[in-house]
Ligand binder design. Structure first.
Ligand code: NAG
Ligand code: NAG
Ligand code: NAG
Ligand code: NAG
Ligand code: NAG
Ligand code: NAG
Length: 295
């Protein structure tokens, strides 16, 4: 009898565990202005008294639910007590607004401010730790991660993002998608000096003199959608902002074919270059949690 019971118990535990891995809708989290953004969250069942927050930002034509399915942060969130926010944008081929003055400004009532409103809601509602807010994003989600780091540096501790472009790369375009922009950014033709990028970052939150988020960014050198040059531009931008210089390359790290490009002492800025990898560079969830300081 006993073995049968324990087998059934194991099955039941397995089932309830699977069912728990779902997103829940949040409405009325605060002003959305005219962005139309929506919010879904994953809340670990065993929450610490002051959980951390991870904002996870999908790519163009994606959604929070699709990104949730494509990524694997729930086990890590359970272990380390992190509430996951998976927002969605529904305009401009579901690309985040990384082009308009509204989104490229602190308090501009654009996508960036509304994403921070979601963070504020979680801080209030779950007593979350405002000093441990992290961001991950892929493609358009990585570009807006760059823009969030420029517009709300005071609200984000660290970011890790994949296959994106520098904050300001899409500035002045009509949209942030491949059809609504002229593709100069995604093609890697928007090139600036570190000082020029840094001036643009500072203009997004004038007068701010605090620290900027610790920045990890990944890119495949076979990316033909958002070209590899964008990694170089991001690294120029954030090394100037962080005041760190290129230090060394660590080959085959964190895995074969990947190179960690370390800046300064490696605590503020790292680029990860993936050899032969295209736009579909997968999230490296555990590496992200290491970068955020959980592991
Ligand atoms: C995500 O995965 C769940 C479970 O496999 C599935 O029911 C759902 O349709 C998926 N959602 C999307 C948007 O693909
Ligand atoms: C998801 O992450 C957990 C660790 O949190 C790991 O044990 C599991 O193997 C991962 N699943 C996949 C499909 O990679
Ligand atoms: C956006 O801001 C820039 C820089 O201040 C300005 O030149 C431009 O006219 C603004 N664009 C719009 C559409 O307001
Ligand atoms: C942006 O919109 C203006 C006015 O509709 C148009 O003339 C211009 O070609 C558009 N630019 C792009 C890159 O689509
Ligand atoms: C930094 O900004 C704060 C708030 O605006 C201001 O009080 C402080 O004097 C500034 N510090 C420096 C060194 O400029
Ligand atoms: C790391 O080193 C710098 C400086 O020598 C090069 O410019 C980079 O191309 C190199 N990065 C990779 C991924 O090899």
């Amino acid at each position: 009898m006993l073995p049968i019971f324990s087998t059934i118990a194991t099955l039941l535990v397995g089932v309830s565990f699977t069912l728990a891995q779902t997103l829940q809708d949040v409405s009325d989290f605060g002003p959305v202005y005219d962005t139309g953004l929506t919010m879904e969250i994953y809340v670990p069942s065993d929450l610490p008294s002051s959980p951390a927050i991870l904002l996870a930002l999908h790519g163009c034509s994606g959604s929070g639910q699709l990104y949730f399915n494509a990524t694997n942060y729930t086990g890590l969130a359970d272990t380390h007590g992190v509430i996951l926010i998976y927002p969605s944008t529904h305009k401009d081929s579901n690309c985040w607004d990384s082009h308009s003055n509204k989104s490229l400004a602190h308090g501009g009532h654009g996508d960036t401010e509304v994403l921070i409103n979601m963070v504020d809601y979680i801080v209030d509602e779950y007593n979350a730790d405002a000093s441990r807010v992290f961001v991950v994003g892929t493609s358009s989600g990585c570009i807006i991660t760059n823009v969030l780091s420029a517009t709300y540096p005071d609200r984000i501790a660290a970011v890790s993002c994949y296959s994106g472009a520098a904050a300001g790369c899409l500035a002045g375009q009509n949209g942030s998608s491949l059809t609504s922009s002229d593709r100069e950014c995604s093609n890697g033709n928007v090139r600036k000096t570190g000082e020029e990028w840094a001036a643009q970052v500072h203009s997004m939150y004038p007068g701010y003199n605090g620290t900027y988020p610790r920045f990890l960014t990944w890119h495949g050198n076979a990316d033909t959608l958002v070209f590899y040059q964008n990694l170089i531009e991001e690294l120029k931008e954030w090394s100037t902002i962080q005041g760190v210089e290129f230090c060394k390359n660590e080959t085959d790290t964190p895995e074969k074919g990947y190179t960690r490009m370390v800046y300064g002492d490696g605590t503020k800025l790292v680029g990860i270059s993936a050899d032969g990898v295209g736009h579909g560079l997968p999230n490296h969830e555990e590496e992200d949690f290491k970068w955020f300081g959980f592991i």
